[in-house]
Design a binder for this molecule. Structure first.
Ligand code: HEC
Length: 106
């Protein structure tokens, strides 16, 4: 079961990487690894109402807040999202690239 989930996640993530490259935004493998170990848990399938990665509809209203506000939500947590999105090893710069990566804009 968990193996299936990982495979699934890898496919989605590959797609997202291809898309974000089009927008000129490339996420490093290191950051992607961190994303997979923490954020992916909720943001691949929309767990607990989480906005789904690369899904324009889920993100269109949130984007209006601006990148800084989105990053702040991750740092402080937001409703069902825990502070730091479970990524204790993430740096501020990591969160910034992750947010750009997730909303699908470069
Ligand atoms: C335990 C599940 C969970 C994890 C892990 C998680 N998130 Fe979230 N995330 C959520 C949920 C749920 C929301 C929607 C919160 C709301 O608006 O009520 C959310 C919202 C967001 C938002 C939008 C915030 C806003 O202000 O609208 C961003 C950006 C985000 N997550 C990024 C991340 C990143 C980056 C990580 C990994 C470092 C991460 N999340 C890990 C559940 C999670």
């Amino acid at each position: 079961m968990s193996l299936l989930l990982i495979n699934c996640a890898a496919d989605r993530e590959l797609q997202a990487v291809t898309d974000s490259k089009k927008g000129g935004n490339v996420i490093s493998e290191e950051v992607l690894g961190k994303w997979n170990r923490s954020c992916a848990l909720c943001h691949i399938n929309g767990e607990a109402g989480a906005p789904i990665i690369g899904d324009t509809n889920s993100w269109s209203e949130r984007i209006l807040k601006g990148e800084d506000a989105l990053v702040r939500s991750v740092l402080e947590g937001l409703n069902s999202m825990p502070p730091l999105g479970y990524c204790m090893a993430c740096e501020l710069e990591d969160f910034k690239s992750m947010v750009n990566f997730m909303v699908g804009s470069g």
